[in-house]
Design a protein around this ligand. Sequence first.
Ligand SMILES: [Zn+2]
Length: 411
Amino acid sequence: MLKINGQRLWNSLMELAEIGGTPLGGVKRVTCTDEDRRGREWFTKQVTALGCTVDIDPMGNMFARRPGKNNSLDPVMMGSHLDSQPTGGKFDGAYGVLAGLEVLRTLTDQNIITEHPLELVSWTNEEGARFSPAMIGSGVFIGEFSLEYAYGREDIDGFKQGDELKRIGYIGTSPLGERKFAAAFELHIEQGPILELEGKQIGVVGGVQGIRWYDLVLTGEETHSGTCPMSYRRDPVLACTSLIDKIYALADKHGEQARVTLARIVPSPNVRNTVPGTLLITIDFRHPDPDVLAAMDADLHAIVAEGDPRGRVQVSVEQIWYSPPVVFAPVCVDAVRSGAAELGYSTIEMYSGAGHDSVYISKVAPTSMIFIPCKDGLSHNERESITPEDAANGANVLLHAVLKLAQGGSM
Ligand SMILES: [Zn+2]
């Protein structure tokens, strides 16, 4: 079976990682900085050496195009991002782009021209570390955000995203909203521990978990911690213990894929010798199935309706965000699954727990993702690490998934 050149892929990963490389072995290539610009220039040099043209849209998204036999067909796309967290690793994002580059190099080596053209995309500001929100390049591309909104986002020093994009020279002229993809694939490190723990080589990603965020508020009454007897208190912290138990129990009730996180628990006033008057608890629910997520929502409201067992504290909850689960296109997921099987790799079917550009792209094109293991599940960390072998495996799956969809003329 046709395979990519694993050593060449690895060398490119290491070469790019020198741009913004940190002493601890990570990468600081934050969006719209000079390092980002140098990373983009490096990328352009590699793809133009292969004969690709590069289009840039007004959001700085870069599209390297390799012509096919029938250039009236929509391209099959591979893409991810070249920006990093301020203390990021070498592989988050960059791996997906460089594996796509290695696929193009392999096809060129073999003189293979696909029926569909191919496009390798690097999306602007996936990380959201400097300008929030995350995934804004792909978000603007699909019309989720306006260009004006994106340009106006400010970093903590008051620099605007649009000005910084202009400063590094990446406000392009390729029209937004006109580009179509026949299919799209994003190869990424898992950023979690499942593949490593299960001893599998490839994650076949069926979609992205849905998310519901809530603010749970318990309201009692502030009082003196010394003078007020326990039996007179309306203490929200005392009341929260049984509620927290019940909320965590929803994770067990709704199965292995359910995630329940209560990560901020904030009494007010936050003072040692005052019984707090209120308590805010943030709730993060995740599940790949919207029906299960809705059932978790109903259960939460039932718990809140039951209220404080002692009847001394008011309990209320408000949903503040809902991101529905994403189900990737079966045609793309099948291409990944069968490609991995033909290559003889061990696989596991999984959902992404993190957001990716593919969440947005899946709204405008058949899309799926491929995951490879990363050491200790670590990402957004300078110690982020993968093996050259896993890197090559993922790129081989990408190659064959792309070939499956780029060779048929009638998508
Ligand atoms: Zn990423």
